[in-house]
Write a protein that binds this ligand. Structure first.
Ligand code: ADP
Ligand code: MG
Ligand code: MG
Length: 886
């Protein structure tokens, strides 16, 4: 018989941490904690296979499931000396979802399940605490009605706040047993009135309702969005955990809390967390009351006058601190823990690898490697290369003047400036228009994920360091300030007020997620640099990787940035970017519009010294590192005058009639410029352009070598070659110029001539091409366009739909299409190397900065990747990880 249910409890479990795929992350870790002998309320996990079965069979369960669930539930009852549904020996359970990958806040948990009008009395009698029992019941009705019956959470919050107000209470804790009983009655009335039937009283019906709700929630829009954003396959499914309840809301000696074994914002090695006395479940993260600090140190640092757990419940705290340490060294990673204290006794409810900022990830990886807990290789592999992006963003200049509006918690580091918006919809619309916004909310919920994504930063007025906003923002690498309590947000008026100042929707503010400050207006920012743990990790990465990392750069500023981020040369210098300058474009236009070769040479001679200076500067900055310069690539019409005024200006400079220019411009029009007169085709038609560029390169190389004393070996790259003969033709021009320059200057020049591989024909004929080419650089942007027959500029309208409909997983312009484009790269690499031993191979498309594409490049054995300067550190780490995996 198939096994659909796995039990845990009393120091043993049928599963373990290695069963994540089957039991989900939460279930597998609950089992593991049991196996470690930690205090975990007993329970069982319904496997992800049941979820798969459920969706494959019209939302129905396997036949044996009911029997297995009943047996497991009986076993839980035996372990705690109770029975589900039996008022005499009441067993209450929680029903918790748990997917393979942790999806915080995505799936809903129901607590206190098994309560009804009869059992609530039994609970009151047993606990000798009617208030606690009624509080548990109202929570259950609220959660169950929301998660299982689909009623709006707000409906119940409204009743609650009305009741609070009518009694003059500030906090939930002020409610008496009778108060709660009245709330329960109102809740039930509301359910009846909304649904036309009473709140379910039968515990069995409640249980199956909740199990069904967890499985259905796998397909709710929130979960789907989260999966899409995190590339989690739909096929994974979720497990369901059913677990005996323990109660943090049994009075002043009970509590519930969350903790990290190290500080998730800074990575500092210190127990870090929050708790609430006499509370249950998500109260801590929901921002209902302001939570208290776990440790005395943290309390002092936060300047809080509420006692820490360390002070308040020293025994439970000591037990917890010990378990935290044990779990961290067992899992060999920073853990995110959930616990409850019931009348002084500690219970562990969850452990998982904790989400952390990139800054913290670096610190933790470096320190754990230094502590000997993990190896350096593991440390490298623990860091998501793409997440380094967070540290490559600006922070507020410490010398800047700060117009302080409010201070909240430093929930997710980095600074951001933008216009105020108050809803996620507004944030999304504004981002689509290209407007930068700060999403300002009282608190965020899973429905806000899309808005948080669209915003530059997030500001909330309520909630702690573990609130939804804080956790999600850290995961996204977005700056976030949470719990800025002095701010008042008025959604209806579209305003935010602080200490008498009012800010309206659309006004610009800056938030500093590293200090928690909210500032008025725009504030000067500092550019990032590699230092501390970041540079340590980079050093380890450099010692591990095989591939070199270069940058795509043409301006001196970009080249300097690239070097400061550790680039080992320039892999792509797009010479056309050097022509868009005001003064140069005129000469460029004269060159393009010239009627005769003579006219064209005249114009080119104006461009020559400018190009020479550009190249010399690049060579000097790169000081002997390789620099690959690509000859003019784009179709000429990109440079043409568009406005009347531009036409007149060029005509005057050339001494011709504007009308003639207009005709010439029209004659250059192309139906499909991407496949038109561009790349090496330009050099074939107008060899003098390639001549000028080659001369500029050689002369610059000689000058730079003389100045820096380091030999310069330029790599001249011919774009858009499809046939060996095209390359050989252009190479002939370059070699000719080299001879001339040699004769003139009497200095020897070393240089390489190579080509981009960006057409399928070039890849397939790479052997013949390699006879004339000393290097290949895969231009995977164009290669993707020409392989798919998709123009990147026009792809947005349908590629997104392809992704939604599951036809493609990933945008092939972001991550290399291994099966098609990748196959061509492989063929070209093999044929090229077979024809020419030691042929240098690199990649210069945008894929050169994408970690999964970099991993592919390692597999194929490329010599280097080249990417935009700000992605160089990402590429260095990704290349190291790829080398480790090999
Ligand atoms: P999430 O995946 O959103 O973290 P959980 O399933 O962990 O949801 O449940 C949320 C919270 O509910 C837990 O952190 C814990 O405080 C509480 N909880 C869950 N199960 C139990 C239980 N058996 N006893 C007491 N509290 C529980
Ligand atoms: Mg949890
Ligand atoms: Mg190209």
């Amino acid at each position: 018989m198939a096994k659909w249910v796995y039990s845990f409890g009393d120091g043993r479990a049928e599963g373990s941490a290695s069963d994540k795929n089957l039991l989900g992350g939460k279930g597998a870790n609950l089992a593991e904690m049991c196996n470690l002998g930690l205090p975990v309320p007993p329970g069982f996990t319904i496997t992800t296979d049941v979820c798969t079965h459920y969706y494959a069979n019209g939302r129905s369960y396997p036949l044996e499931l009911e029997e297995q669930v009943n047996a497991a539930l009986d076993e839980v009852g035996r372990k705690v000396g109770r029975r589900f549904g039996d008022p005499e020996r009441l067993l209450l359970v929680s029903v918790r979802s748990g997917a393979r990958a942790s999806m915080p806040g995505m799936m809903d948990t129901v607590l206190n399940l098994g309560l009804n009008d009869e059992t609530v009395e039994a609970l009151a009698a047993e606990a000798k605490d009617a208030r606690f029992a009624q509080d548990s019941y109202r929570r259950f009705i609220q959660m169950y009605s929301n998660v299982v019956l689909g009623l709006d959470h707000e409906m119940f919050e409204e009743i609650l706040s009305d009741e609070k107000a009518s009694r003059g209470y500030d906090y939930d804790t002020e409610f008496t047993a009778e108060d709660w009983q009245e709330v329960v009655a109102l809740y039930k009335q509301r359910v009846d009135c909304e649904l036309g039937e009473p709140f379910p009283q039968d515990p069995q019906a409640q249980l199956w309702g909740a199990i069904g709700a967890v499985f259905s929630s796998w397909m709710n829009p929130r979960a789907i969005t989260y999966r899409r954003l995190h590339d989690i396959p739909e096929s994974w499914g979720t497990a369901v955990n059913v677990q005996a309840m323990v109660f943090g809301n049994m009075g002043e000696t009970s509590a519930t809390g969350v903790a990290f074994t190290r500080n998730p914002a800074t990575g500092e090695k210190e127990l870090f967390g929050e708790f609430l006395v006499n509370a249950q479940g998500e109260d801590v993260v929901a921002g209902i009351r302001t939570p208290q600090n776990l440790t005395e140190t943290a309390r002092r640092q936060a300047g809080s006058d509420k006692p820490s757990l360390e002070k308040l419940m020293p025994e439970a705290f000591a037990a917890f601190a010990q378990i935290a340490e044990k779990l961290e060294s067992h899992y060999r990673d920073m853990q995110d823990l959930e616990f409850t204290i019931e009348r002084g006794k500690l219970w562990m409810l969850q452990t998982r690898s904790g989400k952390r900022t990139t800054k913290a990830a670096l610190k933790i990886a470096v320190e754990m490697a230094n502590e000997g807990l993990i190896s350096r290789e593991e440390a490298l592999c623990r860091i998501d290369p793409a997440a380094l992006d967070q540290l490559l963003h600006p922070t507020i200049d410490p010398n800047a003047e700060r117009d302080l509006v409010a201070t909240g918690l430093p929930a997710s580091p980095g600074a951001a400036t933008g216009e105020i918006v108050f809803t996620s919809e507004e944030a999304e619309e504004a981002a689509a228009r290209g407007t930068k916004v700060i999403l300002v909310r009282v608190e965020t919920s899973p429905e806000d994920i899309h808005g948080m994504h669209a915003a530059e930063g997030i500001l909330t007025t309520r909630g702690g360091m573990t609130s939804h906003a804080a956790v999600v923002a850290r995961g996204m690498g977005k700056p976030c300030v949470s719990g800025a309590g002095t701010l008042r947000v008025d959604y209806r008026a579209g305003t935010m007020t602080a200490l008498g100042r009012t800010f309206s929707r659309g006004e610009v503010i800056t938030i500093d997620g590293s200090t928690g400050q909210v500032l008025a207006g725009t504030v000067p920012m500092l550019q990032p640099a590699l230092s501390g743990d970041f540079s340590t990790i980079m050093e380890w990465a450099d010692n591990t990787r095989r591939m070199k990392v270069r940058a795509n750069a043409e301006t001196p500023a970009d080249a300097r940035t690239a070097r400061s981020f550790g680039a080992e040369g320039i892999g792509l210098c797009r010479t056309e970017h050097m022509f868009f300058d005001d003064e140069r474009i005129l000469a460029m236009r004269e060159m393009i519009l010239a009627d005769t070769q003579e006219q064209r040479r005249m114009a080119l001679s104006k461009l020559l010294p400018m190009q020479r200076t550009d190249f010399r500067e690049l060579f000097e900055i790169m000081a002997g590192l390789p620099v690959t310069i690509r000859l003019l690539d784009p179709p000429l019409h990109e440079f043409l005058p568009r406005t009347e005024q531009e036409v007149a200006e060029v005509a005057a400079s050339m001494g011709v009639e504007p009308e003639r220019l207009r005709q010439r411009t029209e004659s250059l029009h192309e139906f499909n410029p991407m496949l038109g007169h561009r790349g090496c085709r330009l050099a074939v038609s107008y060899p003098e352009i390639a001549e000028m560029q080659a001369r500029a390169i050689f002369e610059a190389a000689l000058e730079a070598a003389k100045k820096t004393g380091a030999p310069v070996v330029p790599e001249i790259m011919v774009p858009l070659v499809g046939m060996a003969a095209e390359l050989n033709f252009v190479k002939g021009i370059i070699d000719g110029v080299a001879k001339e320059v040699l004769a003139e200057s009497n200095a020897s020049i070393d240089y390489l001539v190579g080509t981009m591989i960006e057409l399928p024909r070039a890849a397939l004929n790479a052997g013949a091409i390699a006879e004339g080419a000393e290097f290949f650089s895969f231009g995977t942007n164009d290669l993707t366009q020409t392989t798919f027959g998709i123009s990147r500029d026009d792809a947005a309208s349908f590629l997104d739909e392809y992704r939604r409909k599951g036809i493609v997983d990933q945008d092939p312009f972001v991550s290399i299409d291994v099966d098609g484009v990748g196959a061509l790269v492989r063929i070209a690499a093999e044929k090229g190397r077979a024809a020419r031993e030691g042929l240098k191979l690199g990649i210069c498309g945008e894929h050169g900065g994408d970690p999964s594409s970099i991993s592919f490049c390692e597999e194929v054995g490329l010599d280097y990747v080249s990417c935009s300067p700000f992605r160089v550190p990402i590429a260095r780490l990704a290349a190291a990880q790829a080398a480790c995996r090999k």
